[in-house]
Design a protein around this ligand. Structure first.
Ligand SMILES: Cc1cc2nc3c(=O)[nH]c(=O)nc-3n(C[C@H](O)[C@H](O)[C@H](O)COP(=O)(O)OP(=O)(O)OC[C@H]3O[C@@H](n4cnc5c(N)ncnc54)[C@H](O)[C@@H]3O)c2cc1C
Length: 398
């Protein structure tokens, strides 16, 4: 059979993962990434359930462990930095709000690229400018000026995927969760230990500080508001907006806000999900957040991206006709995606209540989260159903 040539766009999680599995089946794979160079760091992500099975099949579990963030659990703290409730990593057999297998997104991306680069071509600083599917091949013009032809194009460009938008147009639907979150890195301080510290303030405001394995601290600030255009502001305007919204708070918020001025990596997003009735059109197919972002609230994005990459590549290897492969990919993944996306719209309000009394009730409920009876009751909220998929076994040469 003719050697297939595939373009994958996006080199974070889903892109390098699908590239790895395709290359293992002897296909020629080119991955392009819009960023001019590889970006380290990023925020903390969890590898759970079936996602963990995929990294085991890739032979990467130990490498992830070796680069683990070292986060031991969550402490919910008040203004005086007193712990009012805590949940350890072991509370839900390693699959609670902090999963046992946890790594910075950039670190994981680096591992995936290193694991595949002997068989996959990676090109940074490029993206698709124009794309034409003539029914037999896909012709791509790149932003860097070259043109090339591929058998299939796989877009793994995350929630805002431009190539997806070109191909699918108004088929792309978004479910907003009316929550803004800002992420950035700050110097580690004397109070930053091995647990994530979660501080809620009235008005639904939330500030979290998380340890990493790089000697810094990862900050997250969130507030509840429908999409209002903040994500389009300049970095300086976003910093000013955050200072205005959070400037009146106590605890360690003044430290966090003053670190904003010098942070190298502020990223603000309006949290939402991607909903699509189909994930492929002709010879173009989507994987990961580009197709079915479930949002960071679900705790499932990485595992969906890993499972989707594995199933898509496996089905492409198994079927002579790509249309059958894409249909099988969707059939296997759709129920798992639906389950992961079933985050209630009020989830942000539960996580960060608006009133002082609501915050106190939240602490009381969380204190019971590890107690036997309540554990079962709270499990759907605190431990995503990460193994609700039967992963096929594909014949893949080593
Ligand atoms: C703060 C935070 C916390 C999270 N926590 C968790 C968690 O605990 N558990 C979990 O499972 N998931 C979590 N997630 C979600 C998880 O990070 C994503 O679901 C996962 O990274 C999806 O991978 P992806 O490769 O599909 O997309 P992304 O990681 O978004 O990567 C997309 C890549 O495509 C590139 N790109 C974009 N546009 C183009 C273009 N036009 N051309 C070429 N390249 C392009 C981008 O630069 C990027 O490298 C979290 C996400 C965030 C932001």
């Amino acid at each position: 059979m003719k050697k297939r040539k595939i373009l994958v766009t996006g080199a974070s999680i889903a892109g390098p993962a699908v590239a790895y599995w395709l290359a293992r089946q002897g296909m020629e794979v080119v991955v392009i990434e819009r960023a001019p160079e590889f970006r380290d760091g990023g925020q903390t992500i969890d590898v759970r359930g079936a996602g963990r099975t995929v990294v085991q099949r890739m032979g990467l579990e130990e490498a992830i462990r070796a680069n683990d963030t070292g986060e031991d659990g969550i402490a919910f703290v008040d203004e005086n930095n007193e712990t009012r409730a805590e949940i350890g990593v072991d509370a839900y057999a390693g699959e609670g709000p902090i999963a046992e297998l946890e790594i910075l997104r950039g670190e994981f991306g680096r591992l995936l690229i290193e694991h595949s680069q002997d068989k996959v071509t990676y090109r940074f600083g490029d993206s698709i400018e124009a794309i034409e599917d003539d029914g037999r091949q896909v012709h791509v013009r790149f932003a860097q000026g070259s043109t090339e032809t591929f058998d299939w194009v796989i877009a793994a460009e995350g929630i805002g995927s431009h190539s997806r938008n070109i191909v699918f147009g108004d088929e792309v639907k978004r479910r907003n969760l009316d929550l803004y979150t800002a992420y950035f890195t700050l110097p580690r301080g004397p109070t930053d230990g091995n647990v994530m510290r979660w501080f809620n303030a009235p008005g639904g405001l939330c500030v979290c500080l998380r340890p990493d394995n790089l000697g810094t601290t990862r900050a997250l600030m969130s507030f509840q508001q429908p999409p209002s255009g903040y994500e389009k502001l300049s970095l300086d305007e976003q910093k000013a907006m955050l200072k205005e919204k959070f400037g009146h708070l106590g605890w360690e918020v003044p430290r966090v806000l003053s670190a904003l001025d010098d942070t190298p990596d502020l990223y603000l997003e309006s949290i939402g999900q991607v909903k699509m009735d189909r994930w492929s059109k002709g010879r173009v197919v989507l994987v990961g957040d580009a197709a079915y972002c479930a949002s960071p609230i679900s705790g499932m994005g990485t595992s969906l991206a890993l499972c989707g990459a594995y199933v898509l590549a496996g089905e492409l290897g198994r079927h002579a006709d790509h249309a059958d492969a894409f249909a099988a990919y969707e059939k296997i993944m759709r129920p798992f995606v639906d389950q992961a996306q079933s985050v209630p719209k009020f989830a942000p309000r539960l996580a960060s209540p608006h009133s002082r009394i609501g915050i106190s009730i939240g602490y009381a409920v969380l204190r019971m989260a590890s107690a036997p009876g309540f554990k079962t009751l709270l499990k759907p909220l605190l431990s995503p159903k990460a193994d609700a998929i039967e992963l096929p076994h594909y014949q893949m040469p080593d």
